[in-house]
Design a protein around this ligand. Structure first.
Ligand code: NAD
Length: 258
């Protein structure tokens, strides 16, 4: 079915009607919620997953059950060839890409002196180099169409550092620098590039932290609670609809870092 035919099926006008979005690491956590919120707002959403096809298909089903349009696509975003195929498949299916959400991320926490080369490289590859690979595959296309929204999921850890997280902090701080530089280069061409810096959000990633560490963190959050995935998705949706905001890092952290 062509994009025009798919659009005709959706009778109620929604803010992202006719837009095509790619969400990396969209099978669970923050990525899954972003995918669902974008679909609910009318976007056609390609949900990238690395391993868990069942969970990615479950997100697609949830979107379709609510009248949205979506499909799941396997790709390791730390591998340039995989990313090339991912973006080609999305363009083949939906004809274009308007919105790129770079959400995939991992942690391999270790104090600096114990951090191995592999743990360093793996986190930099998945969290930061992936943003270069995915964006490189869509940027010319977005420039040609004179429209693009790129939103990179960074972290409060990229702003304040984290004990045992030099690899993760470096990757997330790197995302902020990349975001600002690319925003400068594309600002006059209808493309905005922004980052969202979540604080501590209730997902499986945070669930892996020891309970006492988590309790200690929550006690320091001015709002005294973890954030929810839909609170990150709201910021993403806002940035997609904003026309005059670029190169920014929006903090969604309950006041933990101001
Ligand atoms: P999560 O572990 O639940 O989800 C991460 C997703 O990325 C998973 O679906 C995973 O399969 C995918 N992924 C990992 N490596 C991949 C690869 N090589 N290729 C493709 N997909 C890959 O984590 P989350 O909490 O939902 O985090 C989402 C993003 O938000 C991450 O970038 C994370 O660093 C960031 N973040 C999370 C928090 C938090 O508190 N949860 C805070 C700040 C930033």
């Amino acid at each position: 079915m062509s994009l025009a035919q798919l659009t005709a099926l959706n009778t109620i006008t929604k803010p992202l009607e006719g837009k095509v979005a790619v969400v990396t690491g969209g099978s669970r956590g923050i990525g899954a919620t972003i995918a669902k919120v974008l679909a609910k707002n009318g976007a056609y959403v390609a949900i990238n997953y690395q391993t868990s096809i069942d969970r990615a298909e479950a997100v697609v089903k949830e979107i379709e059950d609510q009248g949205g349009i979506s499909f799941a696509i396997k790709s390791d975003v730390s591998k340039p060839d995989d990313v090339k195929s991912l973006m080609e498949e999305v363009k083949n299916r939906y004809g274009k890409i308007d919105i790129l959400i770079n959400n995939a991320g991992i942690t391999r926490d270790r104090t600096f002196r114990k951090l191995s080369n592999e743990e360093w490289s793996e986190v930099i590859d998945v969290n930061l180099s992936s943003v270069f690979y995915t964006t490189s595959e869509v940027i010319n296309h977005m420039l040609e169409q004179g429209y693009g929204r790129i939103i990179n999921i960074s972290s409060i850890i990229g702003q304040v550092g984290g004990f045992g997280q030099s690899n993760y902090a470096a990757s997330k701080a790197g995302i902020i620098g990349l975001t600002k530089s690319l925003a400068l280069e594309t600002a006059k061409n209808g493309i905005t590039v922004n980052a969202v810096c979540p604080g501590f959000i209730e997902t499986e990633m945070v669930g892996e932290m020891p309970e006492n560490v988590l309790e200690n963190i929550i006690s320091k959050i001015p709002m005294k609670r973890l954030g929810q995935t839909d609170e990150i998705a709201e910021a993403v949706l806002f940035l997609i609809q904003a026309n005059y905001i670029t190169g920014q890092s929006i903090n969604v952290n309950g006041g933990l870092y101001m």
